[in-house]
Each structure stands twice: as C-alpha cells, then as structure tokens.
Design a protein around this ligand. Structure first.
Ligand code: FES
Length: 198
C-alpha cells in the first residue's frame, strides 16, 4: 500500500471492509493489506498483545486488526477530520466526555486517543455488536447535511463521530470502546498492552 494522497475510492473500500468483517465474522484473508500484520493463531488464542505497523497508513485510511478475535480499527485522521470532529455539537452526543464509556485514562479526551492523528477503537457497536462502517464523507446524502464524518452502524442506525462518540436518540448506549494500546515507536503500535502498566 503506497503512502500517497487520500484516495476516496480506496477509503470507501477500506470502510466497506471494516463493516464486512463484523457481518460475517473475522477473516484475515479479506484484508490483504493488513494480513501481514495479523498475529498467529496461537497468539490470537492467547489474547496476547498485537504489534501493528502503521507506518504506511495514509491520512484518511482505516485499517482493521484482529485482537482477541475482535476487530480493532486504527484510523489515521486527516487534519480536516480533526477540525470537523471539533465542530460536533456536544449536546447531540450521549456521552460527550466519555464518562460512562470504556477507554484507558490516556484516551479520555476529546479525540479519545494518545495522539490526535491516530484513533484506535474496538469496531463493535455497543448496541448489539454489529460492526459500524467508516463514513468519512461530510454531509453524506444518506445520513444528513449535518454529518461531519464518523461511523454508521447498518443494523439499527447507530451513529458515532470520528472519536467513536455515539449520538443521542439512537440505540447504542455507549461510545465505542478504546482498547488499551501504546506506541512502541512512531510507526508501531501495540494493541492490548497498556502504556500505564508497561
Ligand atoms: S447493533 Fe449497532 S445500532 Fe444496533
């Protein structure tokens, strides 16, 4: 995967892949560009931390990593996405401060991440466990003119912003969880291991 400019078609493909993973169960072969990062079956079974190379992840791209047999997303947010995230009206969110939601202390901030650019989320809807789809298009026609990009759950219409914070008035009760993670280097993440306890 080339580390080049944002390609909208590629972004859609990646977003679709994220959704498909949740719908049919995890299948590493369906995500060839991250397959080399997949841990061994033995590692997965043990629930061990997973190292992820994010060095080639382009701005706007989302990759899916399997950890403990669940999809974990790593989204490299663009500067525009971060600016749009800051425009989300907090009174439209169910838990804007993530007070009721699950994330490590170092991700309990507006971006819900260690570094604003990289978002790490468990890609499992907090309603009934579907996998929401990455929908970065601002004012997407099928979502609404106010849409500033985020994640849409196809099962019952749950919506999350670009920090995984859920909107009010929809079935999901909580923000998408942030798993424990830390940076091994600027380009390598370890998912499943807490920087506070290493
Ligand atoms: S499972 Fe996502 S909205 Fe119901």
């Amino acid at each position: 995967m080339a580390n080049d400019a944002v390609d909208p078609a590629r972004r859609r493909l990646l977003a679709g892949t994220a959704g498909a993973l949740g719908g049919v169960g995890l299948a590493a072969a369906a995500v060839p560009f991250v397959s080399s990062m997949q841990p061994s079956a033995k590692t997965q079974a043990a629930g061990a931390p997973v190292e992820v190379d994010i060095g080639k992840l382009a701005p706007g791209e989302l990759m899916v990593v399997e950890w403990r047999r669940r999809p974990v997303w790593v989204l490299r947010r663009t500067q525009e996405e971060l600016e749009n995230l800051a425009k989300v009206p907090l009174d439209e969110l169910r838990d804007p401060e993530s007070a009721q939601s699950d994330q490590p202390g170092y991700a309990a901030n507006e971006q819900r991440s260690i570094k604003p650019e990289y978002l790490v989320l468990l890609g499992v809807c907090t309603h009934l466990g579907c996998s929401p789809k990455y929908r970065p298009e601002v004012a997407a026609p099928d979502i609404g003119a106010d849409w500033k990009g985020g994640f849409l759950c196809p099962c019952h219409g749950g919506r999350y912003d670009l920090a995984g914070r859920v909107f009010k008035g929809l079935p999901p009760p909580l923000n998408l969880p942030v798993p424990p993670y830390r940076y091994l280097s600027d380009t390598v993440l370890v998912i499943g291991e807490d920087q506070e306890t290493v």
